[in-house]
Design a protein around this ligand. Structure first.
Ligand code: UDX
Length: 434
């Protein structure tokens, strides 16, 4: 099929390359010339496994092209809208300006019978308004939310857990076009759910709200465990064996960050307020608050371990990315902990296998060291804030102990074996662990 992907950020670039890889003829469109130049040269503006290979294959075969010219949309059968919907400055609601301008630019080029498929995460009710806007062109709007995890984005696009397509009453036929788009996934048994527009919009917000709640639930248990002298990591294992609960997303520590979960739960709650249903998701405020408290707690653990004397102490912060295998530092709890320790006057040195350049661009006040062992050298305390394999699996407590000034380890991701570290002479402190 001939298709456009409008908005070539994280979601759009991956979607465009993945769609070309399954045989579609795809044009990626974005207003950002630098981004388009880079993609057209086969370079991904961010790190994502398998993306460069798919970009190269699509560009070489001619099935994938990139342009800033929205007029290129005129020939396509399906238009995916994949622009960003960030958090509004100073508010919790989503900023829909990029969505508005993408639709406004697209409308003059829409032909009757075309399908516009929204993928961006939007407040419920947005799609119905967009459907009204494009109706005079004879094109049909459907809503097809994405559920990509960073680091798994290509995998999640090509082999999703489920495909959800929201349509207006009477537009059920439009879902068939999406069935054709995802024909290989559908053929291999991926559940394909046709819903109304509002349900499709809600699925995304609800999924992220659930995941964030699950993480904050275990972190709330960590707070209780801290006082009750219990061990939250063992508690999570024990809970996880209950197949109704499951162990995934029960990873305790300094909590969630990134470009999606924090902003999406805030936008979800803000929209519920607008609908007069604020109390229905009032718990999301707690979810957010628990999450942010864990960062305070990590800082407090460092302060306590240093007997209150943080000023001018050298602290090695292991990790800057919001999760391992990423160079993304958006709303990273790891960097937030580093910034707070620096704010207390500590001599903070941050190391990370991938995210240092991004971190330095946003927080130039921090010291950065690409080599893990150099970051550890002469440290008065070490804090693990992103559970990279380099720290979780490959860091030897005896070797690390020979580098640091004091063997104090604060495990902000509960990713180390406490006994191994303690028996190597470390004062090991996890989060919500005995
Ligand atoms: C998330 C959702 O998983 C995805 O479905 C949605 O489309 C976008 O948001 P992503 O932001 O890539 O994806 O990250 P994810 O792997 O879900 O992790 C989010 C944050 O939660 C990270 O900071 C991670 O460290 C933290 N996390 C995750 C925990 O603290 N504990 C866990 O058990 C799992």
């Amino acid at each position: 099929m001939r298709m456009t992907v409008i908005g070539c950020g994280y979601l759009g670039a991956v979607h465009a390359a993945a769609m070309a890889s399954i045989g579609h003829e795809v044009t990626g469109i974005d207003v950002d010339e630098a981004k388009i130049r880079s993609l057209a040269a086969g370079k991904a503006p961010f790190f994502e496994p398998k993306l460069v290979e798919l970009l190269t294959a699509g560009l070489d075969s001619g099935t994938l092209t990139f342009t800033t010219d929205i007029a290129a949309a005129a020939e396509a059968d399906v238009h995916f809208i994949a622009v960003g919907t960030p958090q509004l400055a100073g508010e919790h609601a989503a900023d829909l300006q990029y969505l508005d301008s993408a639709i406004a630019a697209l409308i003059p080029h829409l032909r009757s019978g075309a399908i516009v498929a929204g993928k961006s995460t939007v407040p419920v009710g947005t799609a119905a308004q967009l459907a009204e806007r494009i109706a005079p062109t004879g094109a049909t709007l459907v809503w097809n939310p994405e559920f990509l995890r960073e680091g798994w984005a290509v995998h999640d696009t090509l082999t999703p857990d489920r495909i959800v397509v929201g349509v207006r009453d009477g537009d059920e036929h439009a879902a068939d076009a999406l069935r054709d788009v995802y024909t290989s996934a559908v053929a291999s048994g991926t559940p394909f759910l046709v819903t109304d527009l509002a349900t499709a919009e809600l699925v995304k917000g609800a999924a992220n709200a659930f995941l964030a709640t699950k993480i904050s639930f275990i972190n709330a248990m960590a707070e209780i465990a801290e006082t009750a002298e219990a061990d939250v990591a063992l508690l999570a294992d024990a809970l996880g064996y209950d197949s109704r609960i499951g162990r995934r997303y029960l990873g305790s520590g300094i909590g969630f960050g990134g470009g999606c979960l924090p902003k999406d739960i805030r936008a979800f709650a803000a929209r519920a307020e607008e609908l007069g249903r604020g109390e229905s998701v009032g718990f999301l405020r707690e979810v957010d608050a628990i999450n942010l408290r864990r960062r305070d707690r990590a800082v407090q653990l460092v302060v306590d371990a240093l007997d209150g004397h943080v000023f001018a102490r050298r602290i090695a912060v292991l990790g800057a990315a919001f999760k391992p295998f990423r160079d993304d530092i958006r709303d990273s709890p790891a960097l937030d902990v580093a910034v707070r320790l620096r704010g207390l006057g500590a001599d903070v040195v941050v190391t990370d296998p991938a995210a240092l350049a991004n971190a330095a661009a946003v927080h130039p006040q921090l010291a950065y060291e690409p080599l893990r062992d150099e970051a550890l050298r002469d440290a008065d305390a070490v804090v693990i804030v992103t559970e990279w394999d380099e720290y979780r699996r490959e860091l030897d407590p005896v070797h690390a102990g020979s580098l640091v000034a004091r063997r104090i380890m604060i495990d902000g991701r509960n990713c180390l074996d406490a006994e191994t570290w303690r028996s190597a002479g470390w004062n090991y402190r996890g989060m919500g662990r005995r």
